[in-house]
Design a protein around this ligand. Structure first.
Ligand SMILES: *Cc1c(COP(=O)(O)O)cnc(C)c1O
Length: 444
């Protein structure tokens, strides 16, 4: 079991996180269960602060809420001095109702609705990351009507796309997000934003990918963005002061994954920004980043109860758990990979290779293909690591599965931060048209 955060094997040979025995957590709260190591969440937030302080730059770290957005997570992020990115009215509502300071929230998205823009304006959020001309005009108009002038960044696609170890340079990036740099759209957007009375253009934004293990992609993006930034400042008189380089900092899911320390990413970005600013004769901008996965991912573990085993002689051994694609759609969407342990025998040696199957009605509902495990039998608790990001936030009610509970664990205590859905929650919004109604025959 790779060591991380407060994770360890306790005296009973059980997996322990945050001082809590995970087998007890499974008994007490049921499975599937999302367990977050609160100390690790906080430590990662602090690593970003420390890295920027070391780099000696003015900065802002905004947690990308889409990775995992609940009210308690918003509280934690605020306590750790981070800002927050939201991408929808739903995430914005979650943050505001948790008491997150609106001025520390930015709204993202390639197709923000009129209602979402109005919600953001009314709430007085810190800024909008404007994605396209339609939004620029609409936001400016809505803001003017409210007598406001919100700060905006323009999302630019620099023609660099980074994934894990590779980055791809593309002339004109073919994506739904942002203003294209190569074709001159980004320049036109700057000029249009400068003329608009309803918005205040303060910076530029880019986001080059996710699960990035190298610094080259970030550095190349910074070079392209700073060239453009300097032109906007020096030639077109834009009063820019912020360069936001997005998120995408990688994490370890499986052994082959080799993410860099947070400090390495930030140092490379900071050096590139400083160097480019000097070279191009502009003041060093504030550097903003937007980590999502790096903060939420490693701190999350999902607990499942093992059920059926199926052995196909000479082919494969399947063990099935009581969750799967509804609580973690990443394997079926992205062929994402994970590591797991049998939590109630975490200290025992690995005995077999098993494929961990979900319980949902899709052949592709496999959580892990062929992972080394202690021999798992029905009733055992399986812990899948690194499930904090893009799992609960992507969860569905497929097969009418109630969504699992989420607990934060720390110093031997466990607090439910999202209750488990009940069967009645599943029918909460259902309505039967009058003409189809019949007397109810409740199951006794
Ligand atoms: C998704 C996203 C992020 C966060 O990405 P991670 O890979 O989770 O760090 C940050 N910024 C933008 C604009 C995004 O779309």
């Amino acid at each position: 079991m790779p060591s991380l955060g407060t994770r360890r094997v306790n005296d009973r040979g059980h997996l322990e996180i945050g001082g809590c025995d995970t087998v007890e957590l499974a008994e007490r709260f049921g499975t599937p269960l999302y367990v977050f190591d609160e100390v690790l969440l906080r430590e990662t937030c602090r690593e970003f602060h420390a890295a920027f302080r070391k780099a000696g730059l003015r900065y802002q770290v905004a947690y990308a809420g889409k990775a995992f957005c609940t009210q308690a997570m918003c509280r934690l992020v605020e306590e750790e001095g981070l800002h927050l990115d939201v991408v929808s009215a739903g995430e914005l509502h979650t943050a505001l109702t948790a008491g997150f300071p609106p001025e520390k929230i930015h709204l993202h998205g390639n197709n923000k609705s009129r209602d979402e823009l109005i919600y953001g304006l009314r709430a007085g959020i810190g800024g909008f990351v404007v994605d396209n001309f339609y939004e620029l005009d609409l936001l400016a108009e809505l803001a003017e009507r409210q007598g406001k002038r919100p700060n905006i960044l323009l999302r630019v696609t620099p023609g660099v796309e980074a994934h894990t170890h590779e980055y791809i340079q593309t002339g004109q990036q073919d994506t739904k997000f942002g203003f294209d740099l190569a074709s001159g759209q980004a320049e036109a957007a700057v000029r249009r934003a400068q003329r608009a009375r309803g918005v205040n253009l303060v910076g530029l934004h880019c986001h080059i990918g996710s699960q990035i293990f190298e610094t080259e992609g970030f550095v190349l993006a910074v070079e392209r963005m700073m060239e453009f930034y300097a032109r906007a400042v020096n030639e077109w008189g834009a009063s820019l002061r912020i360069l936001n380089v997005g998120g995408g900092f990688g994490i370890r899911y499986v052994e082959e994954d080799r993410p860099l320390p947070v400090e390495a990413y930030i140092a490379a970005i900071a050096d590139a920004v400083k160097g480019e600013a000097l070279r191009r004769g502009v003041a060093v901008p504030e550097v903003w980043v937007e980590p999502g996965r790096r903060i939420a991912g490693p701190a999350g573990t999902t607990l499942y109860t093992v059920g059926a085993r199926k052995e196909i002689p000479g082919v494969r051994r399947y063990i099935a758990v009581d969750g799967g694609m509804a609580d973690n759609p990443r394997p079926i969407i992205y062929q994402a990979r994970y590591e797991a342990v049998v939590a109630n025998r975490a200290g025992e040696p690995v005995e077999e290779l098993a494929a961990v199957a979900g319980k949902f009605c899709e052949t592709g509902d496999m959580l892990i293909w062929d992972t080394p495990l202690a021999r798992a039998v029905p009733g055992d608790i399986l812990a899948v690591f690194g499930t904090g990001a893009y799992t609960y936030s992507m969860a569905s009610n497929y097969n009418r599965a109630p969504r699992p509970a989420v607990v934060f664990v720390r110093d031997g205590r466990a607090d439910v931060v999202v209750r488990r859905e009940t069967l009645d929650d599943l029918i909460r919004l259902d309505q039967i048209p009058e003409r189809m109604r019949k007397e109810q025959h409740p199951v006794s």
